[in-house]
Write a protein that binds this ligand. Structure first.
Ligand SMILES: Nc1ncnc2c1ncn2[C@@H]1O[C@H](COP(=O)(O)OP(=O)(O)OP(=O)(O)O)[C@@H](O)[C@H]1O
Length: 254
């Protein structure tokens, strides 16, 4: 655990909001090129952890590093990471293309350097014909697609995706899962937070289950299923594992 050379590392990471401890002495380590499924019930601390990893907020204690960069150094971090938050950060008055150019600018990456990747992703996700329309005319799924593209077009070392398939139709969701797998095949590390467990079963190399700001369990999807079968019976799946792990007072079996 917590190898300094890992793509994502948290050591005793803590975030308090007044009397609420959102993240509680979290130790976490994600290896280069892995797809890490970040699960946990509402309020477990997933978004808060991702916000620390992406430099949006500072921890109350402990430390976090992504791609070797301390997460409190947002300026140094920004070129190494991509973030697709749950609510797409888009400007309604821009066209899709202008938004992608703006996102590249924000990272000091020339548009010329990313345009081929951006257009290829737009083609894969069926967004190419809409690129020169204003975003205020986009559907929810189109916004999600554009948000994904702007988070990965600059080929970051680590990508953080919060509910990336939310609002996507089944075909688009499948394409997005394939694109995420392609990213990892290209040695990008992906942390994906979602409540859609089949997505994690399908593509994650490792799964971490967060409960009350701490890791309740970690393992491959197969390991978590096996552990669930030992206590919940044959045929137990990741959902059974999740439910058992996130029931208060019962987190000891993995
Ligand atoms: N800005 C904030 N101010 C006060 N409390 C906060 C703030 N952000 C998060 N919290 C609290 O921290 C805890 C963890 O919230 P967080 O959003 O990280 O959970 P989550 O696992 O992402 O949940 P969900 O699955 O519902 O998105 C919750 O108790 C939440 O109320």
């Amino acid at each position: 655990m917590c190898e300094p050379s890992s793509a994502v590392v948290a050591k005793s990471l803590t975030k308090r909001y007044g009397t609420t401890t959102a993240v509680n002495e979290l130790d976490l380590s994600i290896e280069h090129g892995d797809i890490y499924g970040f699960l946990g019930p509402n309020g477990a601390g997933k978004t808060t952890t991702m916000r620390i990893f992406t430099g949006l907020i500072e921890p109350s204690g402990g430390e976090a590093r992504v791609a070797g960069v301390p997460c409190v150094d947002r300026r140094a971090l920004v070129e190494h990471i991509g973030l697709m938050p749950e609510t797409p950060p888009l400007y309604d008055q821009l066209t899709g293309r202008e938004q992608l150019q703006f996102a590249a600018d924000l990272r000091n990456v020339p548009w010329d350097a990313v345009v081929d990747t951006a257009l290829s992703l737009c083609a894969s996700l069926g967004l190419r014909a809409d690129l020169d329309r204003r975003i205020d005319g986009y559907s929810k799924g189109m916004r999600q697609k554009l948000s994904f593209i702007q988070s990965v077009q600059h080929d970051p070392a680590v990508v953080f995706l919060d509910e990336p398939t939310s609002g996507l139709d089944p075909r688009a969701a499948k394409t997005l899962r394939e694109l995420i797998t392609d990213l990892a095949d290209g040695d990008t590390t992906v942390l994906i937070s979602t409540h859609i467990l089949p997505v994690v079963e399908d593509i994650a190399d490792m799964v971490g289950v967060l409960h009350d700001g701490q890791l309740a369990a970690e393992g491959s999807p197969a390991e978590l299923r096996s552990a669930a079968e030992r206590t919940e019976g044959d045929g137990a799946d990741l959902e059974d594992a999740f439910l058992a792990l996130t029931t208060d007072g019962d987190t000891a079996w993995v």
